[in-house]
Write a protein that binds this ligand. Structure first.
Ligand SMILES: Nc1nc2c(c(=O)[nH]1)N[C@H]1C(S)=C(S)[C@@H](COP(=O)(O)OP(=O)(O)OC[C@H]3O[C@@H](n4cnc5c(=O)[nH]c(N)nc54)[C@H](O)[C@@H]3O)O[C@H]1N2
Ligand SMILES: Nc1nc2c(c(=O)[nH]1)N[C@H]1C(S)=C(S)[C@@H](COP(=O)(O)OP(=O)(O)OC[C@H]3O[C@@H](n4cnc5c(=O)[nH]c(N)nc54)[C@H](O)[C@@H]3O)O[C@H]1N2
Ligand code: SF4
Ligand SMILES: [Mo]
Length: 894
């Protein structure tokens, strides 16, 4: 295997790297094609995925184009040299620190930075500029899990590993849509079920794809998880299922925690009332948990992104501690991390309530870090957490902000306010790879630093099971883009700290980080990577995935912790936590009678700056949408595909309606992905309330009181062009990547006449094929230059929606279109017969094609795969295929 730093030349041997999306941390083999692209496949030797990749990982090759990249440093929209940009950042930070104190300078970082980037940012801010205000998008993601770990274990330690998922007999998924968000781990869970009969329980107010696949789905009332797990603790205590010995020898605080649990949910009936679940379901779940020793409770954002997120997580951990089911094969609470390096950020201390290397602010720890860094301005206490940080910016208290690897104008709750706050800064510095993000365009005088992106940079990431893997470069740096750690170090040197920021490469940064983790650490701190503190450059280059802790002299990392009952509290005992009774922070009202939940879809990643480039990934869900229960939809007068206006006290959006019995009555769900760059009114972050958890400071993103009303427009349709164009003012639109062009799915109060005029404005030189039926409100046109298709526009009355799916196929080729094809395009019929909405992103198979195979006799996922290849690569769509099978094969009512 070639593990050298490669160049642009095509490689026979692939480069081993790690997927830049979710916290599963799959190994990827990348083969550059010599033209700036690469093909990717799963690394069979990586212990997270053993060769598999999900739809997003498989499509990484489609996201490497340099369109929209930031290629040069810019100040106020003008290209400048690196020297100039870095001098300017340093000078402005120095001036602001001088005039207003160092606390007027802040950093907002990301769980998508590499550990080396993160380490340098943290060191610069907390040791050398002297500002504690360093927070990260991990505040919106993992901070409740971190806080819960610390309360229970005395340290932010994930006790288990992925093999526990393979070896469990019961997998409880709480607030996790793993089928879509951790697809490769979910496939491991399904494998465990096939192999050992593992039962899967999903607990979520929505019946997601995960809930569909689970053996047992608990459609819990939003925010009521603490009640469910309090009820479980009481049940375990009363049915003699406690591990009394473990409790006595290795824990503290059991009695008060049990008393509190009793006060919240004394029995099954009370638990059922609080969670909205039928008693029988609560009982089944309690029985399963009680009688199955090998149980892993995996949790994600339905737990963390909550105004009681920390209590939710501790209520779960309490049940594992009470049964001693922790740190042993197939057992334990398991926080599924979101971002590829959520864990690495925690390791360096990139959160405002941490100092460095899992150390906090005891005087001894502060002094230790100060001595290790030889820091002139070490901070001595916590900084502001994300939500308060942006409020401090709004108030003018923080004057300079460096945003790195995150897009807060989209992803922060109350995103409108956050965007306005960015405009109040004296200085906004942004390191970015993509030029069109909402944050980057929030003001026109930002200092923009071009960052290397995935495939171009070198460093490490840590996945959900504490496993550190290398991300390796296999592409040339585009333009003048540089690594994030390099920019930070250059600013550090310019601020006069030459020696402290003198690393020659990422390996050197990593060694220092590993050394700090082991510095004066005789087993008192969980995070110890000192075994790698002297790793030579060549070994770092070739390093294979390894789990921490990895102390000096250790032969290998550790898969599990805490089986010995030794925790990182002062007395080495774990703590039970007496949790609070759940109350939702934002009660519904007459004006806002619904509860808006937000989250993710299968094929998109966050704010679309990367997956938005892939035609395959953009097909599964092409427009911003809102899920609603059929009864609610009927009452309000909304049908599938209609447009609806969703409002909360904080903002509003216009979204396409998806009617689904998977939604709870009274609940709405909308994905977080669309921004102002990719839609006219789909930026859902603006709607989220963001009340923070009192312990972790993590904002609530799953339950905001909301209203929904129909927002009909006269016409629906699409506008497809070869290069991107803007939709006319007043149109509703969403942008979707397609092969050979740029797609807008649109709605408007305009009709055929305005549409015809628009085509002529857009393509003044072109020839047209057109069909117009003004009486019926129908217009379809294609524009040709020298016989080549350059644009297509179709509008029809809202109920009839012209097929974007069918039309986009005509743009795949740059060749002349045959007259028959021209006619087909204008007739509004697909050339090939509609494939329906995309289901399998890997082999581009639509719903109708799959239904065709089922009707032709395919009776299983395997048979469908054999007939049309759907589901045979990454498997992310298998749950959807199973659902189609179930619906088609269900006996029809007599
Ligand atoms: N496809 C895709 N995968 C991703 C990402 C992506 O953008 N796209 N992002 C990655 C990141 S950073 C993260 S953090 C993870 C997130 O992964 P997940 O946490 O699995 O994803 P979400 O959709 O945010 O939320 C999970 C579920 O929580 C449920 N929920 C809401 N309220 C409650 C509640 O009160 N109780 C319970 N029990 N459940 C509730 C929601 O209905 C939702 O189905 O995904 C990672 N993987
Ligand atoms: N309503 C709602 N909001 C949410 C959530 C939700 O469930 N609902 N989930 C929250 C969670 S869990 C998360 S993790 C966040 C995610 O939200 P964000 O982190 O804001 O989303 P991304 O789109 O991943 O932003 C990453 C940015 O970094 C840029 N980038 C890519 N590579 C590099 C690089 O190497 N260096 C630099 N400097 N930049 C790079 C990308 O172009 C992109 O603009 O959203 C949070 N917000
Ligand atoms: S599960 Fe998918 S997105 Fe997550 S790391 Fe693996 S390939 Fe990447
Ligand atoms: Mo996240």
């Amino acid at each position: 295997m070639n593990l050298h730093v490669p160049d642009l030349a095509p490689h026979l041997e692939p480069v081993r790297t790690t997927c830049p999306y979710c916290g599963v941390g799959c190994g990827v083999l990348a083969r550059p094609d010599g033209l700036g692209g690469a093909s990717v496949e799963g690394d069979p030797e990586h212990p997270a995925n053993f060769g598999r990749l999900c739809s997003k990982g498989s499509a990484l090759g489609e996201t490497l184009s340099l369109d929209d990249r930031v290629l040069h440093p810019m100040i106020a929209g003008r290209r400048v040299t690196w020297e100039h940009a870095l001098d300017e950042v340093a000078a402005r930070f120095a001036r602001i620190a001088e005039e207003h104190g160092p606390e007027a300078v802040a950093f907002y970082l990301s769980g998508q930075l590499l550990t080396e980037d993160y380490y340098v940012a943290n060191k610069l801010a907390k040791g050398f500029i002297g500002t504690p205000h360093v927070d990260t998008n991990s505040r919106l993601c993992m901070s409740s899990a971190v806080a819960a770990h610390r309360r229970a274990f005395g340290s932010d330690t994930v006790p288990g590993c992925y093999e526990d998922l393979d070896e469990a007999d019961l997998l409880v998924l709480v607030g996790s849509n793993a089928a879509w968000c951790h697809p490769i781990l979910f496939r491991r869970m399904l494998d465990a079920r096939a192999k050992r009969g593992t039962r899967i329980v999903a607990i979520d107010p929505r019946r997601t794809q995960t809930g569909e696949e689970a053996d047992f789905f608990l459609g819990i009332r939003p925010g009521s998880d603490t009640a469910l797990f309090s009820g479980l603790l009481v049940h375990l205590a009363e049915s003699g299922a406690l591990d009394e010995r473990y409790i006595a020898d290795h824990t503290a605080g059991f009695e008060p925690a049990l008393d509190r649990a009793r006060a919240i949910a004394p029995d099954v009936a009370a638990t059922a009332a609080l969670t909205g679940l039928p008693r029988a379901e609560v009982q089944v779940f309690f029985d399963l948990f009680r009688t199955t020793p090998r149980v892993v409770t995996a949790f994600s954002q339905g737990v963390n992104q909550s105004s009681q997120g920390t209590d939710k997580a501790n209520a779960i951990i309490n049940c594992h501690l009470a049964t001693g089911r922790i740190g042993r094969p197939g057992m334990g609470p398991f926080s599924l991390t979101g971002q590829p390096n959520a864990m690495g950020g925690r390791e360096v201390g990139g959160l405002a309530n941490m100092l460095a290397a899992h150390m906090h602010f005891t005087p001894e720890e502060v002094d230790l870090v100060r001595r290790f860094w030889r820091a002139p301005r070490i901070i001595t206490g916590e900084g502001l957490k994300a939500v308060s940080l942006f409020e401090a910016i709004e108030r003018g208290k923080i004057k300079a902000l460096w945003v790195m690897g995150t897009n807060p104008a989209v992803s922060m709750p109350r995103a409108d306010r956050v965007r306005a706050a960015l405009r109040r800064l004296d200085t906004l510095v942004i390191s970015e790879a993509v030029a069109t993000t909402d944050t980057l365009t929030a003001r026109d005088d930002a200092i923009v630093l071009p960052a290397l992106a995935w495939g171009e940079k070198d460093g490490t990431v840590t996945n959900s099971e504490r496993r550190i893997s290398r991300q390796r470069r296999f592409l040339k740096a585009p333009g003048e883009a540089r690594a994030d750690w390099w920019m930070l170090a250059e600013v550090g040197r310019r601020l006069g700290h030459r020696e402290a920021f003198a690393w020659p490469n990422a390996a050197a940064v990593f060694r220092e980080h590993a050394a700090l983790s082991g510095f004066e650490n005789a087993g008192s701190r969980d995070f110890d990577l000192s075994g790698l503190a002297e790793i030579p450059d060549a070994a770092y280059e070739a390093a294979r995935p390894v789990q921490w802790p990895l102390p000096r002299k250790a032969k290998s990392g550790r898969a599990r912790l805490f089986a010995d009952g030794q925790f990182f509290t002062r007395d080495r005992r774990a703590r039970f936590v007496a949790v609070q009774k759940p109350v939702l922070a934002d009660p519904t009202s007459e004006t806002f009678p619904f509860r808006l939940n937000t989250g993710r879809v299968r094929d998109h990643w966050h704010t679309l700056t990367r997956t938005g480039k892939s035609p395959r990934l953009s097909a599964h869900r092409a427009v911003p949408f809102v899920e609603i229960h059929p009864d609610d939809a009927a009452r309000i007068g909304l049908a599938e595909g209609d447009l609806a206006r969703v409002s909360t006290p904080y903002g509003h959006a216009v979204l396409e309606v998806m009617v689904t019995p998977g939604a709870q009555a009274g609940a709405l769900f909308a994905p977080m992905h669309w921004s102002e760059t990719t839609s006219s009114a789909g930026r859902v972050g603006a709607l989220a309330q963001g009340a923070v958890d009192p312990v972790s400071g993590q904002p609530e993103l799953k339950a905001t009181s909301a209203a929904i009303t129909p927002a009909p427009m006269r016409s629906r349709g699409y506008l497809i062009t070869r290069g991107p164009v803007a939709a006319p003012p007043g149109w509703w639109w969403a942008r979707a990547a397609i092969e050979g062009g740029s797609g807008l799915i649109v709605a408007t109060d305009d009709g055929p006449a305005e549409a015809a005029a628009l085509m002529r404005r857009l393509f003044p030189e072109a020839g047209f094929s057109e069909y117009a039926d003004p009486a019926c409100g129908v217009y379809r046109a294609a524009a040709f230059a020298d016989g080549r298709l350059v644009g297509a526009l179709a509008l029809a009355p809202a109920g009839e929606r012209p097929s974007f799916e069918a039309a986009k196929a005509f743009f795949r080729t740059q060749e002349l279109l045959e007259p028959a094809a021209r006619r087909a395009l204008i007739s509004g019929r697909a050339e090939t017969g509609g494939a329906g909405p995309l289901v399998c992103a890997c082999h581009t198979v639509g719903r109708d094609a799959i239904l065709g195979t089922i009707r032709a006799g395919a009776q299983s996922v395997e048979a469908v795969g054999a007939a049309c290849r759907a589901g045979t690569n990454c498997g992310s769509c298998i749950p959807e295929i199973r659902k189609l099978l179930a619906a088609e094969l269900a006996p029809s009512p007599a």
